[in-house]
Design a protein around this ligand. Structure first.
Ligand SMILES: Nc1ncnc2c1ncn2[C@@H]1O[C@H](COP(=O)(O)OP(=O)(O)OP(=O)(O)O)[C@@H](O)[C@H]1O
Ligand SMILES: [Mg+2]
Length: 264
């Protein structure tokens, strides 16, 4: 389905991502972990074409994504919706309009200027909000919602595009543990029920283990681990995070109670 080949991004002399290779054969839920600066965001941004790769290739369902320009590139960007740590909603706009923004790609400028949405789109937006458990907040301003609710609005906006892939860059980094759980469960459900691929940068190991089928570990711009949560041993985790033997998984935990599970 998705294949990254020797994907590289340089900023001056600094290689943010270096020769990343990844093959995803079926829609999976993938967690990317690694310490700050490892290249996680840069990798996702290249896949979405928010950033152009310096070299290497991205192929999705046989098409060379790296080569797309203009309308074809925009079409790709709506097929792989992006979700961010800071939600990126319009704070003073109501929830349903924020969600409808997800259809912007295929609407005329005129319709957008006058905030005209087809009734079918409005119904679809409410249905998606309902599915995410936040339909009752539809008329409220986005800024009136909690962080976890706002992130679900951002997920709803992404779903309006009916994307094949959802790319989430630290979707729960600004949330408390309860909200983090709800948001991760929402992403998991979207993956399982709709068969969409989800690739999420996560800064905590336990989240990647719990929700993802596959974990990719990055260090200094390189993919240094690619396997199942079971294959990710504590010593491997130490290597990904560049930590010594004092490293414990609890140190990267989002849990209220620290993890007592050990992967020897
Ligand atoms: N626009 C940019 N200009 C210059 N350097 C950049 C730019 N974006 C990222 N970098 C550098 O690329 C490297 C990887 O950054 P990236 O943001 O991808 O890491 P990350 O794994 O997402 O980190 P974090 O966990 O802190 O979000 C870092 O060294 C960073 O300083
Ligand atoms: Mg990042």
């Amino acid at each position: 389905m998705l294949r990254l080949t020797n994907l590289t991004k340089s900023f001056g002399g600094n290689k943010a991502v270096q020769d990343a290779n990844l093959q995803v054969a079926k829609p999976s839920m993938i967690g990317i972990i690694g310490r700050s600066g490892a290249g996680k965001s840069t990798l996702l941004r290249m896949v979405n074409r928010l950033t152009d790769a310096t070299s290497g290739q991205i192929v999705f369902e046989g098409n060379d994504v790296t080569a797309l320009v203009g309308a074809a590139k925009r079409n790709w960007q709506s097929q792989c919706a992006m979700i961010f740590q800071q939600f990126n909603l319009v704070p003073r706009m109501d929830v349903v309009s924020n969600v409808l923004h997800g259809t912007l790609n295929r609407r005329s400028t005129l319709a957008t200027m006058f905030n005209m949405y087809p009734a079918s789109d409005v119904h679809k937006a409410i249905d998606i909000l309902d599915r995410l458990g936040i339909a009752e907040h539809a008329p409220k301003r986005a800024e009136a919602l909690s962080g976890g609710q706002q992130q679900r609005v951002a997920i709803a906006r992404a779903l309006m595009q009916d994307p094949k892939i959802i790319l989430a860059d630290e979707p729960i980094a600004s949330l408390d543990p309860m909200n983090a759980q709800v948001v991760m469960q929402s992403l998991r459900r979207i993956h399982e029920e709709d068969g969409r691929m989800v690739i999420a940068n996560l800064h905590t190991l336990d989240t990647a283990r719990r929700y993802c089928d596959r974990v990719v570990g990055m260090r200094d711009g390189k993919i240094v681990f690619d396997g199942t949560p079971e294959q990710l041993t504590t010593s491997m985790a130490r290597e990904i995070y560049g930590a010594d033997t004092s490293f414990s998984e609890a140190a990267t935990s989002t849990e209220i109670q620290t993890l007592d599970r050990e992967y020897a």
